[in-house]
Write a protein that binds this ligand. Sequence first.
Ligand code: ADP
Length: 203
Amino acid sequence: MKKPLVIGVTGGIGSGKSTVCNAFVSLGIPVIDTDQVARDVVVPGSAGLAAVATAFGADVLSAEGTLDRVALRRIVFSDPQRRRELESILHPRIRARVAELLQEITAPYCLLGIPLLVEGGKKNQQVERVLVVDCPEEIQIARVMARDKLTEQEVAAIMQTQATREERLSVADDVVTNSSDLAIVQHQVNALHARYLALAEHR
Ligand code: ADP
């Protein structure tokens, strides 16, 4: 069977990645969420969680045996070497699981949601095109304040840790502008759907 064309979807927090992915799902296109995969590879009983506990100690496990993300974040937050160590445990497992999920796809193309695709630096080997969901920063802030019940300062602090709008747009093959109503998002998604089907067909 022909492999699906893989479109990486990225965008800043609150730009509308989930909203755009849902618009593709409504057209029957499968979406793999790498944030979800990152959680799946460290579920209790997994080899991933065992490897993290071996490297970082039992302090990163909760009483119920789940990963204590807050404790882990505290360790890696200000220590780039430990962060790289964590990534060297998680990234190969995430890649392998994504590869398995891709094998199961029968649609001509699919989306792979990677919130921090640009921040990851080197080109992601598993995606052939990059779709950036873009909106002005004021709108991003207002959406995240409403969705996550955060203050403007808290949202701004998260955005500080992410790539800038310009950095993201500079790697985009395609862009969905999500700065007005949802009908306009669906309209752009419909046009991209036609383009991706044609690209998948002709490659
Ligand atoms: P992301 O996945 O990039 O963090 P979401 O898709 O969750 O962003 O969107 C952030 C919030 O803004 C959500 O609560 C969503 O329902 C809302 N939202 C996104 N796009 C629109 C839009 N065009 N109009 C109104 N609300 C929107």
